[in-house]
Design a protein around this ligand. Sequence first.
Ligand SMILES: Cc1cc2nc3c(=O)[nH]c(=O)nc-3n(C[C@H](O)[C@H](O)[C@H](O)COP(=O)(O)OP(=O)(O)OC[C@H]3O[C@@H](n4cnc5c(N)ncnc54)[C@H](O)[C@@H]3O)c2cc1C
Length: 461
Amino acid sequence: MPHDFVIVGSGTSGGVLAYYLTKAGAKCLLLEAGKAFNAQTFPDNEMDYSAQMFWNGGLEFNSDVTLAFLRGKCLGGGSVVNQCLLDRFDDIAWNDWRSVSNINFFTSAQMAPHYDEIESKLSIQEISERHFNRNAQLMREGFEKLGYRWKPLRRGQTDCKLDEGNDCIACLGGCHRDSKQSTLVTFIRWARDAGLEVWPEFHAEQLTVTPQGVTVIGVQGEQTRREVSAPKAILAGGALGTTALLLRSGFKAQLPALGQGFFCHPQWMVFALFDEPVDAHKGAFQAIKSDDPRFRAQGFKLENVFAPPIGVAMLLPGFGRNHYALMKKYRFMGCIEVSVRDTSPGELKLDRAGRLVIHKKLSAEDQRRRQAGLAVIEEVFRAVGARQIIVPSLGLGLHLMGGCAIGTDPKNSVVNENFQLHGFPNIFVADSSIFPAAPGINPALTIMALSHRASQSLVKE
Ligand SMILES: Cc1cc2nc3c(=O)[nH]c(=O)nc-3n(C[C@H](O)[C@H](O)[C@H](O)COP(=O)(O)OP(=O)(O)OC[C@H]3O[C@@H](n4cnc5c(N)ncnc54)[C@H](O)[C@@H]3O)c2cc1C
């Protein structure tokens, strides 16, 4: 057996684990279902990057088609297609996690060294007011008129060349400047330099426990079946990928909580039409967020955001001429999203054909949180002169969390405090699937901090 660890999934968690384990001298193999793109080969238009860099071409829905989910499928995973907004959890999030999971290290103080370590490795900057586009300025003006608190977003980036006219909206399909701090250009690159072996386009289909460790069976490329074994496996396929792999491999019988507790911070992009061009697609396309304790207490947050034309076209209402008339106003649109800290756990299951089905409904409390956020957005846009406000009915889920919740009780959790599957000491998980509840905060930095913590206990072993 040539490898000490086989890691399934190369995103936010997989990249970090691969780096710290390889650096410590372990032989690791990183398996990734998606292709290995780089700054020179990222597709250069919205249709192609959606089709080639997202699971199911970027179109995945819950069972009643009220929420659309996006998850990256490429080397670097979600970290390549996300906005790389990096926030630490607050005490509200950690206290909640501690009470649902019984895990004692879920405190700001105990997680601080892990955040410190990850932050020391990345270039993280607050978006400077100098780079606020008109969309961000409108949100700021509205907030200030109404007395709401806001804050610049904190992003993993080096130099986005905004002064030279670069538009960061393009980096939703991969950053062509290697500025965004995805794991592709940070942890995975450094791990490869230290000897990490990577197999892109390997879709892991089955996991079996053997007396020697763990075997992963999958398909490489179009149809080459391959299996790899190692004493230990780390699952880092994300909330949907890791949970689906364990369900397909028959672990539900021993782990009754597998697939339960799925959260997604459902969000709705709200468009406002102005008389003057806003050009929300220009420059730093996300720059500010709400920082108002009243909103946190009510379970929602707001950020300025936008989307490329196909994404906007899918969200706008109407057909034919009406839809065309709205799309012609693309340059005149402002946009703010409300993101809800969801309270109602969904469930991930397989259908008879083995396909993943996502059951996720909003509770009355989630709807109330959504309405409270929408009311603030409407107030903000009206305060800065919006002519018309459009609230799409379809919600989006970008922060996919849970399915393999961490906790001390195997009856209602899947992973223990050492990041091992309950009853399977050679299988480890530290990705977004272990989230025991929705924190209401951007998850990526915490996924990396948890993965760092997991790597430290593995290295000690
Ligand atoms: C458009 C968008 C914007 C976002 N913006 C932010 C943001 O600004 N800040 C933030 O904190 N979060 C953001 N997120 C969320 C964040 O990217 C995810 O929470 C995070 O990447 C999850 O990390 P992970 O390691 O759990 O999974 P992922 O990063 O999704 O990685 C999982 C990897 O495993 C691979 N995989 C899955 N199953 C298999 C299998 N069976 N075999 C082989 N490989 C497999 C996948 O292809 C993928 O590459 C955003 C997400 C999206 C989609």
